[in-house]
Design a protein around this ligand. Structure first.
Ligand code: SF4
Length: 375
């Protein structure tokens, strides 16, 4: 499942909770796109994993690009890296960009999956976190996507947002549970975010922990009723509508990431680009780049690879394959894993069909369980 991720690190404004790498200097987009194309060409010779099964354009706000610009980018990736027949090609989009015209034109591109940043269907909540769109625009965006045949649709939602309530959250989840895929995250107060500063000054207040827990419990119950599987800690789908791109990440498949801040992973090696548009552009805006300070890389030791495999695998419904642990990291490692597991209540995990999978209860402690298996 080889894949490519393209990071478009531009946003019109910053949402208060956000600490993803993005800048609001949208005038630099054309220069950035030239540099991105150069990076695509520069690294193509290093790609030895065959045609891509998934391609993901994320951000930032990739829907700041016109459908024409997106299509040119996709064609360039397809030409340089190859695309499998039926590859999943996702665009992350903000609802205010998905006007009827935009979606209709997007239908003529190779994009076949949309991940829409809805976050909430309450105007009051959206205003407090400074999203660029209204609830109406989010509803319209989904309706246009459905109208123009995007069946592989996902929405992002956040629980525990300022101004949110259980009743409003329940209404939002019910409305969105018609979609095949939802990504639902708990708000985290990120160090350095505007929201964190607002809260520190007493200008904003988050719901209590109990209220956030109630929203989460409500989410699990409504989505289970609606036929969703929780296939990763924060991701839910109907049938097999999981994000193939994200599953490939979590299962340790190779991927290249392009653009500032993007990460790449291939066996035994990880690489990441500087999260800095100016440095990225300075290095890549010349015809033959010689400066290599726009990325860093590291070789992964067997221990690092094991930790990554366990940490990511335990977050998914497929869990970790015990035979793979034995084959790749040895009998001793497998024995240790099984011994450490006994420190946790049996209700936290199950061992079946040769896999270690966390139960719903265990998923609440996924990181702690994984960390204890490394000791
Ligand atoms: S649109 Fe997304 S990436 Fe941009 S500021 Fe908001 S949350 Fe962050």
């Amino acid at each position: 499942m080889p894949s490519v991720y393209i990071h478009i690190p531009f946003c019109l404004t910053k949402c208060t909770y956000c600490n993803f790498y993005s800048v609001t200097r949208c005038g630099e987009l054309p220069l950035f796109l030239d540099c991105l194309r150069r990076e695509l060409r520069l690294r193509a010779a290093d790609w030895t994993f065959g045609p891509l099964s998934s391609l993901y354009v994320g951000g930032g706000t990739p829907s700041l690009l016109s459908p024409g610009e997106i299509q040119r980018l996709l064609e360039e990736v397809a030409e340089l890296y190859g695309l499998q027949e039926g590859a999943e090609i996702t665009l992350e989009a903000n609802p205010n960009h998905l006007t009827e015209d935009y979606v209709r034109t997007l239908r003529d591109t190779a994009i076949n999956r949309l991940s829409i940043g809805v976050q909430s269907l309450s105007d009051e909540v959206l205003r407090r976190i400074r999203r660029q769109h209204t609830a109406r625009q989010a509803e319209d965006a989904l309706a246009f996507a459905e109208k123009y045949g995007f069946t592989n649709l996902s929405a992002d939602l956040i629980y525990g947002l300022p101004g949110s309530s259980l009743a409003q959250w329940e209404r939002d989840v019910r409305r969105l549970s018609r979609l095949p895929h939802l990504s639902c995250y708990q708000l985290t107060l990120e160090e350095g975010s505007a929201l964190q500063r607002q809260c520190a000054k007493g200008l904003e207040r988050l719901p209590s922990e109990e209220e956030t827990d109630r929203q989460f419990a409500c989410l699990l119950s409504l989505l289970s009723e609606a036929g969703f599987t929780r296939y990763e800690v924060s991701n839910f789908c109907k049938g097999e509508a999981w994000s193939r791109h994200n599953m490939a990440y979590w299962e340790g498949e190779p991927y290249f990431g392009f653009g500032p801040g993007a990460h790449s992973f291939v066996p035994h090696r990880r690489r990441w680009n500087v999260a800095d548009v100016a440095r990225y552009a300075a290095a890549l805006s010349v015809p033959v780049p010689t400066d290599t300070s726009w990325y860093e890389e590291e070789l992964l030791t067997p221990d690092m690879e094991y930790e990554e495999y366990v940490m990511l695998g335990l977050r998914t419904f497929r869990g970790c394959e015990l035979e793979r642990v034995r084959r790749q990291w040895g009998e001793e490692r497998l024995r240790h894993l099984l011994a450490q597991l006994r420190l946790f209540p049996a209700s936290h995990y199950r061992l079946s069909a040769g896999r270690l999978v966390l139960t719903e209860e265990g998923l609440r402690f996924a990181d702690a369980v994984a960390a204890s298996l490394f000791v």
